[in-house]
Design a protein around this ligand. Structure first.
Ligand SMILES: NC(=O)c1ccc[n+]([C@@H]2O[C@H](COP(=O)([O-])OP(=O)(O)OC[C@H]3O[C@@H](n4cnc5c(N)ncnc54)[C@H](O)[C@@H]3O)[C@@H](O)[C@H]2O)c1
Length: 662
């Protein structure tokens, strides 16, 4: 069968041969044993409803084995034999170009070079699923291959509920992931509902088919490091950035430090991961001896080198040693996986990596104690540096949360918010006030032709648009514009494309609309093929998350999720090709609501109309909420938007004289 025929057949009418469990693939860990015996029967019934009854007797044994061995039913046997990767859009079967674009993006999220656990349909973050099992994948691709532009595919947490009649301006796909009744949103609820096959964790861009590999994270981290140095009024050249983690996202830190131009020291306990990042050239040198590291850092600071140094060992040792040796740290952060502290996210000091791995499985109580002791030491050492002038921020990894739970000295009293962390999060201090409040966020696009020349052409177009815009941009946003022009100029040589031909940059509403409009014209003129637009959910309007994306909202509304819900509803009736809304993503199930969109540009007048309507809303929704929360940058940005668009009328806050409260 051809690739097209395989897609069109959906779930095969005859059972394919069982598949071997391939050991050279990075597999998801065995999930927690959570279901009762009766619930396991329910999980099996749920899985078998995808198949004809004649196959049930054979499949039930196999699915039961998967459930017992892996904690989930992935239906490995149904994994397709064709290569999993984004193909040029013309290679997909179907009646709708929009649906074909979605197939391309789904396959990209499952590409072996892109996905973390491709056989378990996990794109990133350990549990960020595109689907929960292979039957869902096969059925979804079949629906997409047969739908028209008068239908909408409805996705319930990975399960394709079906095609429903709609109209050409409606989204082709509407995705929800992990949406549960709020009182049932504890981590174990996820384990249970996911094991039953009725809900899944979509992370952000995993379950919404918009992941573009490591490029997004390198760009975001570069912007953070650059702005952190601005925050302390210092040039990155000769400055020192100390942090930890060379894993999935954290591994971008040394690369970003190099692009920003500072000296980066990044500790990592796992030798394999350290070697991978070094081989990949994301970190320049590996050091295992603290005295040597100290000498090397002094030299690098003196010579103002752009260099990144991995320390193979515990981050706590670095903070403590640099304090004893009086090394001046300008910027400090941490990217161990403290959202997952007891199962390998954070390694205790004073014992080897292997000892820790054994202890966490065999003596979890003692392991927990060791983690908490280390967290206290970690915070104490950071405090010594901040007293000497280091600027420390939390990198959205729950460092401050877990340190506070361990009883470390990381809390202070805030006049209105009560007991608060004494260090800001990176969104609170950097991304929020410097980027999101002005509408700057992670806009991205994918060239649906799959041609590198198209990507190069779109880079040039985006750069021209931004260079034209900066001539008349107000002072307040000049720096953000400059950073992104510099990024897009260096984007080709940074060589960060993995999987689809994708690019990211930070732009505000005007920038996103102008770039998209220019792409659509270039497509109409035949200069490039179709383009898929999208963004990370970690953006101005897409995500309500009180300790991350909305952590710089101080009117008490940071625990509400109206913005993210409005965003996805608003995008859906303004022309998005697909929309998604998720519970969970980054900081955990129950801790965040986030959403996103995808939009196909095909050079048509319809695409031109849709992009203007939808992108304007997609950014200005969040700015209006940030403005109502009295964030000054957002008040400035929304007033500017109202001047540009007379149909926009936003309620503005009045500021109260603080003296009235005396
Ligand atoms: N980069 C971002 O923009 C961003 C944004 C939000 C949240 N985060 C958070 O950052 C964290 C890291 O993400 P990731 O994908 O890199 O996770 P990861 O688990 O792949 O990497 C973390 C690394 O830290 C190492 N580590 C653990 N304890 C250590 C210690 N004491 N000393 C030195 N190294 C240690 C681990 O070996 C691991 O390789 C997550 O909690 C994530 O949610 C990152």
């Amino acid at each position: 069968m051809t690739f097209k025929e395989q897609i069109q057949q959906g779930i095969p009418s005859q059972l394919p041969q069982p598949k071997l469990y391939e050991t050279n693939i990075n597999h998801a860990p065995k999930r927690k044993e959570i279901l009762t015996e009766e619930e396991k029967k329910l999980a099996l019934k749920n899985a078998l409803r995808y198949f004809e009854p004649q196959f049930h007797a054979e499949l039930i044994q196999e699915f039961r084995k998967e459930l017992d061995e892996y904690g989930r039913i992935y239906m490995y046997r149904f994994r397709p034999d064709y290569e999993m990767k984004a193909r040029p859009i013309s290679e997909y079967p179907g009646k709708s170009e929009q649906a074909k674009a979605i197939m391309l993006m789904i396959q990209n999220n499952l590409d072996y070079a892109v996905a973390q656990h491709p056989h378990e349909l996990i794109t990133y973050g350990g549990n960020g699923g595109v689907f929960s099992n292979w039957a869902q994948y096969l059925l979804t691709m079949k629906y997409l291959s047969e739908m028209t532009d008068e239908q909408t595919l409805v996705m319930y947490s990975g399960h394709p509920m079906g095609l429903f009649p709609s109209h050409k301006d409606a989204p082709r796909v509407v995705v929800t992931n992990g949406m549960v009744i709020p009182n049932y949103s504890k981590p174990d609820d996820w384990e249970k509902f996911n094991a039953l096959g009725v809900s899944q964790y979509g992370q952000m861009t995993a379950g919404s088919y918009m992941y573009i590999g490591p490029q997004g994270i390198v760009h975001g981290t570069t912007i953070t490091v650059l702005n952190a140095f601005r925050k302390i009024n210092k040039e990155p050249k000769g400055g020192l950035f100390v942090t930890s983690g060379l894993g999935g996202m954290s591994g971008a830190q040394p690369k970003a430090g190099n692009i920003a131009g500072c000296v980066t020291v990044c500790a990592e306990v796992n030798p394999k991961i350290t070697k991978i990042r070094h081989d990949q050239k994301w970190v320049n040198e590996i050091h295992e001896n603290l005295d040597e590291l100290v000498e090397r850092v002094k030299k690098a600071q003196e010579n103002k080198e752009s260099v990144s140094l991995a320390y193979l060992g515990n981050i706590v040792e670095v903070w403590e040693k640099f304090d004893q040796e009086n090394i001046r740290i300008d910027i400090g952060s941490d990217q161990t996986s403290l959202h997952n502290p007891w199962a390998g996210g954070y390694y205790p000091a004073g014992q080897s990596f292997e000892e820790s791995n054994i202890m966490m499985a065999e003596n979890p109580e003692l392991f927990k104690e060791k983690v908490q002791e280390t967290l206290k030491r970690h915070a104490a050492a950071i405090n010594k540096h901040t007293e000497k002038g280091t600027y420390f921020f939390d990198y959205g990894n729950a460092f401050l949360l877990e340190a506070s739970r361990a009883g470390a000295d990381v809390m202070s009293d805030h006049p209105t918010l009560g007991r608060e962390f004494k260090f800001p999060s990176y969104v609170q201090d950097i991304m929020g006030p410097m980027c999101f409040d002005y509408g700057f966020g992670p806009f991205r696009w994918v060239c649906a032709s799959g041609k590198p020349e198209d990507l190069q052409k779109t880079d040039e177009i985006a750069c021209q648009v931004l260079e034209e815009m900066i001539k008349n941009s107000p002072e307040e946003i000049q720096q953000q514009m400059k950073d992104n022009i510099q990024w897009i100029k260096g984007a080709q040589e940074n060589n960060l494309v993995v999987g689809s031909q994708a690019r990211i940059l930070y732009a505000d509403a005007e920038g996103r609309m102008k770039i998209a409009e220019a792409f659509n014209k270039a497509i109409a003129n035949g200069e490039i093929g179709a383009v898929v637009l999208g963004r990370d959910h970690h953006d101005v309007s897409g995500t309500d998350s009180p300790y991350r994306e909305t952590s710089n909202i101080y009117d008490g509304s940071r625990f509400t999720a109206d913005m993210a819900i409005h965003n996805v509803i608003g995008d859906s009736f303004r022309g998005a090709t697909w929309v998604s809304i998720h519970n969970g993503g980054g900081v955990g199930w129950g801790e965040v609501i986030n959403g996103g969109f995808g939009m196909l540009l095909d050079g048509s007048d319809d695409a031109d109309r849709r992009l203007k309507s939808m992108l304007f809303w997609d950014v200005n929704n969040g700015i209006s909420r940030r403005s109502w929360a009295r964030n000054e940058g957002a008040v400035f940005a929304i007033k500017r938007a109202m001047e540009a668009e007379p149909n926009l009328k936003v309620t503005l806050p009045n500021f109260v004289d603080e003296n009235l409260f005396d």
